[in-house]
Design a protein around this ligand. Structure first.
Ligand code: URA
Length: 434
């Protein structure tokens, strides 16, 4: 086999066989194929696409490039949840404890974020003392004891994705259906869970801008999950505006706690309860998704979800006192406010532009080795549909560099529209794919 022939074949829109896909992935991981050839191959895939059979093969080859975690020592049906990525998405911090409070073992392997804000690992590490790097045996023991634990995904899980994703990120080849599917599903299939719930975002702040594309991505991922023997479901959810009011690591932890106290914004509360309900259904603790949602809502209302969150924090070395005293979470040096420049209603909040503004406060990283400022970010006092009077505070930005914060405020001002008529209500949950 020859690398140039395979690149040319895909460039010309022809279908690759399993051997050719395996050759490219294995060759790249073993460094027999250099970055420039893999980049050309990825660009060919980006323009020509892959069919379902090619995508399934690519996913399985990437899964098998490393370890497949063995979580069989954990009792019960382990359900994993994955979001395709959005602005202000802190649902894992809420759905995990809610599902665990209803008897679903949550053994979560999470990643760091590249982009607007940190990933779940970065968010949890903003809790003083919280340890993400724990031995696998301690991780399993914690899940069996308290029903939930979260660790950083090791480099042994789907190493091909780690390498290919880093290259896609700098070659303009992220936004392709087959490449996104294989990247996400190779990690999910290797992380040892029995069932998978996918939150596929759609809108301006998501990879998939339209509902039709999000649906195609969701269906493809669900088919791959099922064909690999995992119970899999997907929910398509809105990402035209940030989720909740908080964007940034410690700010999002605080908002997750607010939701678990039943004091959070409506959109993130509704989404978290729905996703947790589906996890409960997938984990066989409810007969229908609706029954699961009712159970999750009860766990929220009764405070059992909040108690489970405290157990998670305590179990991994963090201070559960953060649930009562948010000043224990790190504080930034500076806070600036954006004041409304007119009166009316908040009509639009471009999630993509706001995500970029949050990254510029220091809440996200541009390169994978960049340091994150856990206390940086944005807090919106007003959201789409809210009425606003000239001079009222629309949002606050937090960070350590005033110049960068001023730039972020300008970016937010360009992203938010104040209009004279109340906009139509939008629904956070668009569709469920089973
Ligand atoms: N998240 C991933 O893990 N991979 C992608 O390609 C896109 C989002």
């Amino acid at each position: 086999m020859n690398t140039v022939d395979i690149i040319t074949k895909k460039r010309d829109g022809l279908k690759l066989d399993a051997g050719e896909i395996e050759y490219m992935v294995e060759g790249y991981v073993s460094e027999a194929i250099p970055d420039y050839q893999m980049a050309a191959f990825l660009m060919a895939v980006y323009f020509q696409g892959m069919d379902t059979e090619e995508t399934v093969t690519l996913t399985k080859v990437m899964r098998d490039s490393g370890e497949v975690a063995d979580l069989s020592a954990i009792n019960g049906i382990k359900v994993d949840k994955h979001s395709t990525g959005g602005v202000g998405d802190k649902t894992t911090l809420i759905t995990g404890p809610l599902a665990a409070a209803c008897g679903v073992p949550v053994a979560k392997m999470s990643g760091r974020g590249l982009g607007f804000t940190g990933g779940t690992v970065d968010k949890l590490e903003s809790i003083p003392g919280f340890r993400m790097s724990i031995e696998e045996s301690d991780f399993i023991e914690l899940v069996n004891k308290q029903g939930i634990a979260v660790i950083s995904q090791t480099g042994h899980i789907a190493p091909a994705d780690k390498k290919i994703y880093a290259l896609r990120d700098v070659t303009g080849t992220v936004e392709n259906m087959s490449l996104i599917t294989s990247s996400i599903m190779s990690k999910k299939l290797a992380s040892g869970s029995d069932a998978i719930l996918l939150d596929v975002k759609c809108g301006s702040g998501a990879f998939m801008k339209t509902e039709k594309d999000a649906e195609r991505l969701a269906s493809l991922m669900v088919d791959i999950g099922k064909s690999s023997g995992k119970r899999t479901m997907a929910v398509i959810t809105d990402m035209n505006q940030p989720l909740g009011c908080a964007i940034g690591n410690a700010l999002e932890v605080k908002e997750a706690i607010d939701v678990l106290k039943n004091e959070g914004p409506d959109d993130i509360t509704e989404l978290s309860v729905t996703l947790a309900g589906m996890m409960i259904f997938l984990g066989n603790k409810a007969n229908t998704p609706d029954e699961g949602i009712a159970m999750a809502a009860e766990a929220l209302k009764s405070g059992r979800g909040l108690e489970k969150f405290r157990e998670l924090v305590r179990g991994q070395g963090g201070d559960p006192g953060i649930t009562e005293d948010s000043s224990l979470l790190t504080k930034s040096a500076h806070t600036l406010e954006l004041h409304a420049w007119g009166s009316g209603y908040i009509g639009e909040m471009d999630a993509m532009m706001i995500g970029q503004a949050s990254q510029h406060t220091g809440a996200g990283r541009q390169r994978k080795d960049d340091a994150i400022n856990p206390s940086a970010g944005i807090y919106f006092c007003k959201k789409t549909g809210d009425s606003v009077k000239k001079g009222e505070v629309v949002c606050k930005v937090f960070g350590d560099d005033v110049k960068k914060l001023k730039n972020s405020l300008e970016e937010i001002e360009n992203a938010v529209k104040i209009i004279t008529e109340r906009p139509q209500a939008y629904s956070i949950i668009k569709k469920v794919i089973r």
